[in-house]
Design a protein around this ligand. Sequence first.
Ligand code: NAD
Length: 372
Amino acid sequence: MVKSGKFSASTDFSRVKQVEAVILCVPTPLSKNREPDISFIIATGRAIAPHLVKETLVVLESTTYPGTTDEDLRMVLEQGSGMKAGIDFHLAFSPEREDPANEQSKVKLIPKVVGGYTQGCLERALALYGKAIDTLVPVSSCRAAEATKLLENIFRSVNIALVNELKLVYGAMDIDVWEVIEAAKTKPFGFMPFYPGPGLGGHCIPIDPFYLTWKAREFGQHTRFIELAGEINTRMPEHVVHRVADALNERSKAIKGSRILILGLAYKPNVDDERESPSYMLMDLLSGRGAEVEYYDPYVPVIKPTREHSHFAGKQSVDWGQTAISSFDLVLIATNHSCVNYKELGDWAQCIVDTRNAMAGIAGARVKVWKA
Ligand SMILES: NC(=O)c1ccc[n+]([C@@H]2O[C@H](COP(=O)([O-])OP(=O)(O)OC[C@H]3O[C@@H](n4cnc5c(N)ncnc54)[C@H](O)[C@@H]3O)[C@@H](O)[C@H]2O)c1
């Protein structure tokens, strides 16, 4: 694409003058106090505005609360350009939908929701995306499109919390929640499987729901499902640490002084994305209790500097091998990458705590596997 002249990258915002459409997809994190941080959107809007020309289409794709496009971004664009949205330039919101690590998933085939500030804005945005995406789903406003993306992510957060809670409840009854989910998912209608884990990860599901929580307060509304799901999901790493303590205790060991290997740093299998990964929380909790913590993740050979976990920057994955793996008092499976040889792990490890049911198919693991 670069060679053919169809694509070029630039940090020169004055080039906005030359294009018909500008798509923004900048990060939307939470602040330290867990409030939406839309400063990236605002800064980008400010950089674009002076160069906007008549008829240009601006589309926001970042996940955010309803009102960001037609209130916050619109104001910045109008002030900086001296033009009016819907009259002089077009404004729309269309959420990004991606399924990382799913090779069958093609952007062209994923239906795309689009909301415009006016009917004219919507039509311009549909014309743009129609060139690349097979199925478009127009909705009545930017806010409806913003709310759609939040519903999708809240749906996941709440359902993951549900199975995480059931893991504890069924665990106390000596019922294996993974077996129950496998059985339940044979129902051909009205059920969709979600799986428990060591806590929520990624830069979407643990964050986006709280964008709605914040905005809802402006309308005197409370997002109880979101808060409860957040509470259950953020408690999971503590639960895992208790299981680690139980597993070590049975071998007359304490967390303090034990060598613990976290298997998997990425927040989900087969990706190299470790943003907001619960593995970091597990590493903090265990080293805070005096364990010597290392990690193994073929997708993350070295930890890059991050805002939240700067103290781990530069730490390297251990190498896979019998001597290394058997030197740990305990291996904690936090991510079930499919490239890991779980048979070897079962043969080599002294003790395993499994938060992903990764050892389920491994016949005759030498050591006891603790599900967590
Ligand atoms: N990655 C996904 O799978 C995914 C899926 C759905 C929605 N989203 C949403 O898309 C948005 C972006 O997510 P991402 O994972 O692509 O984020 P990212 O951290 O990869 O950043 C996206 C881009 O924004 C650029 N950027 C950062 N700050 C900037 C600034 N001040 N000005 C201009 N550019 C800047 C970065 O260099 C990067 O190229 C978020 O709102 C996220 O919630 C992401």
